[in-house]
Design a protein around this ligand. Sequence first.
Ligand code: GRF
Length: 212
Amino acid sequence: MKSLVILISGRGSNMQALLQANLQAERITVVSNNANASGLEIARQHGIETIVLDHRAFPDRQSFDAALAEKIDACRPKLIALAGFMRILSDRFVQRYQGRLMNIHPSLLPAFPGLGTHARALQEGIKIHGCTVHFVTAQLDHGPIVIQAAIPVAADDTEETLAARVLEQEHRIYPQAVRWFMDDRIRLIGNQIEVLGSSVSGAALYSPGLAE
Ligand code: GRF
């Protein structure tokens, strides 16, 4: 069975993009570490099974991760997609799901790992910004890159306007990456991704959108 688990902590707009993408998944389960995540309500509206596992109920990261792994394994997922899941995962957890744990990050990795990517991008004065879907490895916001989308930074961009335009791209590339994976089209060779049947390697989307 091609089962998919999506992990969220908040808004859930990337999760929503995945739910609306008609993926070849026979079962989708959304797990949140935050009972108040607004994404949970969106999942329920889509008739998707939801699970809440509050990390605050556990004494440490290891025990939360172990409980999370138990919930995930019960779903027998082909892929686990992190979609705004705001918890650092232990090495052990990452190891357990190596090669089938994906994340979406709001920058063109390896630039700007971590939080506050848009503010940092503006501060650095970069001209091209974007987002990345990658496999998760022990190093935070690293790991083999599946797909990236780039957008130009406008002179009058604020953190909010930039975040909004990047988010639009996130909603394009995450479903694409997950679809490739669910359709067995991603081959991992070392740190490189090959997308079977695609003329572009890993694939990149560029969205020019600024007038002169
Ligand atoms: C997104 O920007 C994603 O790239 C990052 O966290 C944010 C989550 O937003 N990892 P949402 O919950 O998917 O709306």
